[in-house]
Write a protein that binds this ligand. Structure first.
Ligand code: C2O
Length: 632
């Protein structure tokens, strides 16, 4: 196969994507560099970390994950820091090299060692079919969405890492500090920090939040640039230019850190034709709800009178009142170079997000029926392989938000906030070099009729299986460690992700409640590495396998890599463990990932290839994924 080679020279630059200048990471000087590869080719990316070693951000190093790629047979190049490799340190380089056996479609690449993604280290990743493109359209456009903070990632995460103290919940007290909503939403790297204030107008619910959080300037900074200034050409709205009469494939990617977005093209309906890269039976919608990590390809017909139309990307989640909208312009060739005259869709006019009303817009998560992939695909994928096999394993996971004994607030799965590697080598290397690690997990599983094992850090390298999870809410006290599920190739796993407080002792600190009165406060966009999976169903309340499982869709469920777990509800996914390696399942809200909301699936590690000889080594003091922080 041919090789597609990219050099990624990563440096720090000052950019003002929403007219406020801050430090970002750029690749060869480009913000959100886009790359593409033909299916079946070798993708080779040499990452040069040229971030100054003393730059306070991402000091542990960086790595690249290919979001949505299954990486079958290439687990070492999946890019999760401390899991498959250690981060690529300042002044060093590393070459990712693997064959792209993925479905042609829309993906993105992003940093995955610490929080470098939040510092703009991501970009579109397109897989082209090796033969003719089977979808019919005239041209294509990428629409890369992200939320933009005026502060860089490290100071934001310092605030998240400080002990929680209810008495100190102000921004100046030195206690735990939430990052708040981002200051703007960017469309293809462009936005305007003043949108919220401008739009909020006299709306008394929204305006104060705009003033407080959106025009907030970090201490010591003053550099708000004039909007649309000729001296700052980057600081202007994104214009998507189209020609009347043509059909466009728009590849929408939500690469943000917090916001579940609803994207609408004023006066244009669109048709969803692919979800997370896989083609689906076409679904016409007026707006596209897209959660973090998701991608939708839509067809847009430029069939309106020649003119300018708003493109808006607004937060779906009602708990994010005050979130800035992102606005771009759909401009017909030959139209005046002016803003649209139509009234802007206001952020608060997006239907309040809740389980019952969400269909007022669209929630294609579970509604999209996949169909046979592109003809000419080199993969042995066919219609029947898109239908789920019968399950062999069942895992029930509670999403909890515990306080650790140290007072730090974490997100956790069954109260285990997962961090890093159990020893100071990449976890996959540990699994391969120490077979007893897998067998101890397997034994622990078998003896307790369980499916998941928690390895809790005690001392520097003495790991014990501390307790087990068997479908009932468990452990009763929170810890930082690693949650694993050991699997054999061929296992078919159903995972119930239950988004309700799990424990009477504050399993969900901010939701709380006991028994039937338990509540959760937010939805979570989860993503799994190494696999696409079927989204079998979702519902409100507590999942009960004996009554709910018969209603799951095992006939034509959506086939995704990123999905939503509803507030006060549950979602069930199924995947086939067909990819030896160790794979992470995590919340794609970057702040929740930082706070520990993840777990690992270890599938037949002995069957995975041997590590590349140049695999980046771990730092001598082995830290836990987020280097600047000491965990308990
Ligand atoms: Cu897009 Cu593990 O992430």
């Amino acid at each position: 196969p041919a090789t597609t080679h990219y050099e990624f020279n990563v440096t720090v630059a000052q950019r003002a994507p929403d007219c406020f200048e801050k430090s970002v990471l750029v690749v060869n000087g480009e913000f959100n560099k886009a790359i593409e590869v033909v299916q079946g080719n070798i993708l080779e990316v040499t990452l040069y970390n040229n971030i100054p070693p003393d730059w306070p951000l991402v000091s542990e190093g960086i790595s690249i994950h290919w979001h949505g790629f299954s990486m079958n047979g290439a687990p070492w190049y999946d890019g999760v820091g401390y899991l498959a490799q250690c981060p690529v340190k300042s002044g060093t380089n590393y070459t990712y090299r693997f064959q792209v056996n993925e479905e042609p479609g829309t993906y993105f690449w992003h940093g995955h060692s610490g929080m470098e993604k939040v510092d703009s280290f991501f970009g579109p990743l397109i897989v082209r079919p090796s033969g003719p493109e089977p979808l019919r359209y005239d041209e294509e456009r990428i629409l890369l969405l992200t939320d933009n903070y005026h502060q860089e990632s490290t100071p934001l995460t310092f605030g998240l890492n400080r002990p929680f103290d209810a008495a100190k919940q102000t921004n100046t007290s030195g206690g735990w500090e939430w990052v708040n909503v981002p200051q703007s939403t960017l469309l293809n790297g462009h936005g305007y920090y003043g949108d919220c204030a401008m739009l909020a107008g006299s709306n008394t619910a929204v305006a104060p939040k705009c003033n407080v959080t959106l025009q907030w300037v970090p201490p010591g900074r003053s550099s708000v640039l004039p909007y649309n200034s000729p001296s700052n050409p980057g600081c202007q709205r994104y214009n998507m230019t189209v020609e009347a009469g043509k059909t466009y494939r728009v590849r929408i990617i939500n690469a943000g850190s917090l916001l579940f977005l609803s994207v609408c093209f004023d006066r244009h309906n669109v048709t969803i034709v692919a979800a997370d890269a896989y083609p689906v039976n076409p679904q016409p919608v007026s707006c596209v709800d897209i959660n973090l990590g998701q991608r939708y390809d839509v067809l847009l017909q430029a069939n309106q009178p020649k003119g300018n139309y708003w493109i808006n990307a607004l937060a779906v989640n009602a708990t994010r009142v005050g979130s800035p909208g992102g606005y771009g312009v759909l401009r017909y060739a030959g139209a005046n170079l002016t803003l649209p005259t139509d009234t802007l869709l206001q952020p608060e006019s997006v239907p309040a997000w809740s389980f019952g009303t969400v269909s007022a817009i669209t929630t294609p998560d579970v509604l999209l029926d996949p169909h046979a992939p592109h003809p000419g695909a080199v993969l042995p994928v066919n219609e029947s392989s898109l239908r789920p096999p019968k399950r062999t394993h069942f895992l029930y996971v509670n999403l909890t938000q515990p306080l650790l004994p140290t007072g730090q607030l974490r997100w956790a799965l069954d109260n285990v906030a997962t961090y890093g590697t159990p020893s100071c080598i990449p976890t996959l290397a540990q699994l391969q070099s120490d077979p007893s690690f897998m067998s101890r997990m397997a034994q622990a599983s078998a003896s307790g009729n369980t499916t998941s094992v928690d390895m809790v850090q005690s001392g520097s390298d003495d790991k014990v299986a501390l307790y087990l999870s068997d479908g009932t809410p468990s452990p009763t006290y929170p810890v930082a460690g690693q949650r694993f599920m050991p699997l054999q190739t061929g296992d078919v796993v159903d995972i119930v992700l239950q988004n309700l407080a799990a424990n009477a002792n504050g399993g969900d600190y901010r939701g709380g409640g006991v028994g039937a009165n338990r509540t959760a406060q937010e939805q979570h966009p989860f993503h799994m590495h190494g696999h696409h999976f079927w989204v079998l169903g979702y519902g409100l309340g507590v999942y009960n396998d004996s009554t709910n499982s018969s209603a799951l869709n095992v006939h034509n469920p959506a086939f995704r890599d990123s999905f939503t777990i509803y507030k006060n509800g549950w979602t069930v996914i199924r995947f086939k463990a067909d990819n030896p390696g160790v794979w992470i399942l995590h919340c794609h809200t970057d702040w929740h990932l930082f706070m520990g909301q993840k777990m690992y699936f270890a599938t037949s590690p002995e069957a995975a290839p041997q590590p590349p000889t140049d695999l980046p080594q771990c730092p001598s003091k082995c830290l836990y994924n987020f280097g600047a922080f000491d965990l308990p």
